[in-house]
Design a protein around this ligand. Structure first.
Ligand code: LLP
Length: 437
């Protein structure tokens, strides 16, 4: 049989009728841990982390750094793995920060992003000794400056700059344009103004600049354009204020394969190309090479994840439509409901059966928008008790999960060296009512 459209990542294989993930039988894992179940391939996460880390080191020596954008997948064990691989992390909330802290992550390697830090967030980050704040706008800078000055500390900060690049991605995650809710735009003069403000404020030390142009990107041109705009900006800040940038973070965004239609991207080759452009432009501009940071989220963890479900109702509405309902849904994967994201959905225990039924794979929420994927090809004899696997769910699935309909969130089980362990336990109904008075 031809599984080329199914096995879209190297950690997938088929044995008999069963789908294997990281070399382990998905049916055996479902039996052991129950469903719905998030599986994560620890080796794949480490492999991707090393590709970023080693390629940035190859290109920039000790001036190349990787931050894991932990919004993609945040729980204690994940911060542990990133620490072991020598990565820094980006956090965007007190919750992510606290998770990193509780995991024993070195807080000086934590970068605190977010477009709207509350005073409480700022105090908490200072309590934890967060390494760097990535400041979004002037009011926030004033708040950080005041709080740090009152505490008698000097907080390293970077400034989020909006380079004004339209990356042609889907609008909901298109964060690099000048009219974005994120950062200060170069084109309006706001970026230069906040730079001057940071240079002249007490309680903060300006370390450099940050930008992020979008997500699920496959096109290197977008990164080249970012490099060009940002290097020009660095030169402008040097010429105007005499400021020499120490750190430049060009964000995350590399795309992953959700289906066989998505291209396979060579991250190392892309980083090398971006680095070459950076060196060229920095030399042309006659400025010092800053420390270069990249902050991938999705491409570090997405294809290290797979979700397993058990089929419940199989509804064939003659002349209309077929539905295969599973025991999870938009509560553990809201990405189709939010973005109409494509996924590869496989009959994990009937891999060799002829797939002659087209069905919408739907969840169990009381909402017709609770669709995991429409128009999936599945075997015509799918029935209650069969397993379904959804691929590439390691990014923005667990981290975006909810308790809608008071449905408990699935556990996250890590796979490593032929063994498995629970990284996040399954929520219970007791957990669900825990906060209710
Ligand atoms: N840095 C910043 C400042 C970001 O805002 C993001 C993602 C990243 C890094 C990481 O980007 P990545 O490498 O993961 O593309 N929930 C959406 C994705 C939102 C991305 C938001 N920012 C989804 O499920 O597709």
């Amino acid at each position: 049989m031809d599984f080329s459209r199914d096995l879209i990542c190297e950690n997938l294989s088929v044995c008999g009728d069963h789908l294997l993930f990281a070399g382990q039988d998905t049916a055996a894992l479902a039996e052991k841990y129950g469903t719905p179940l998030y599986l994560m391939d620890e080796e794949r996460i480490r492999k991707m982390a090393r590709i970023y880390r080693d390629t940035l080191a190859e290109c920039f020596g000790d001036k190349g750094h990787v931050l894991f954008a932990s919004k993609a997948c945040s729980f204690k064990r994940m911060y542990g793995i990133m620490a072991e691989e020598g990565l820094s992390v980006d956090v965007v909330s007190g919750g992510e920060m606290t998770t990193a802290y509780k995991a024993g992550f070195p807080m000086d390697k934590v970068y605190f992003h977010s477009n709207n830090k509350t005073d409480a967030d700022i105090e908490l980050a200072l309590d934890y000794g967060v390494g760097c704040f990535v400041v979004d706008h002037p009011e926030e800078l004033t708040a950080i400056s005041e709080i740090a000055t009152r505490r008698g500390v000097t907080q390293p900060v970077m400034l989020r700059i909006t380079p004004g690049i339209d990356c042609h991605t889907y609008e909901a995650v298109n964060t690099g344009k000048a009219d974005s809710k994120f950062g200060s735009a170069i084109v309006t003069g706001d970026a230069a103004n906040i730079t001057w403000m940071a240079l002249t404020s007490t309680g903060v030390e300006l370390k450099g600049f940050h930008c992020h142009i979008g997500s699920q990107l496959f096109d290197s041109e977008v990164y080249f354009a970012t490099v060009d705009v940002m290097v020009d900006f660095l030169k402008d800040m040097k010429d105007t204020f005499g400021y020499v940038t120490e750190k430049l973070d060009i964000g995350g965004g590399y795309g992953v394969r959700y289906t066989a239609n998505d291209p396979e991207i060579d991250i190392a080759a892309n980083i090398r190309a971006v680095a070459a452009r950076m060196k060229e432009r920095v030399a042309e501009a006659g400025i010092e090479m800053p420390h270069i940071y990249m902050e991938p989220g999705r491409s570090l963890v997405a294809d290290a994840g797979l979700t397993l479900y058990t089929v419940g109702a199989v509804k064939r509405i003659e002349g209309y439509k077929n539905y295969v309902s599973v025991d999870g849904g938009m509560t553990d994967n809201p990405r189709y409901a939010l973005y109409q994201s494509e996924y590869t959905v496989l009959p994990a225990t009937k891999m060799t059966a002829h797939r002659d039924m087209i069905a919408d794979v739907v969840g169990r929420c009381c909402e017709s928008g609770d669709i995991i994927q429409p128009d999936v090809k599945l075997p015509g004899d799918m029935k209650r008790g069969d397993l379904v696997a959804v691929l590439t769910t390691g990014a923005y699935n667990y981290s975006m999960a909810s308790n809608y309909n008071r449905i408990p969130r699935p556990p996250v089980v890590m796979l490593r060296d032929g063994e498995s362990y629970v990284a996040v336990r399954r929520e219970t109904y007791e957990d669900i009512v825990r906060l209710d008075e």
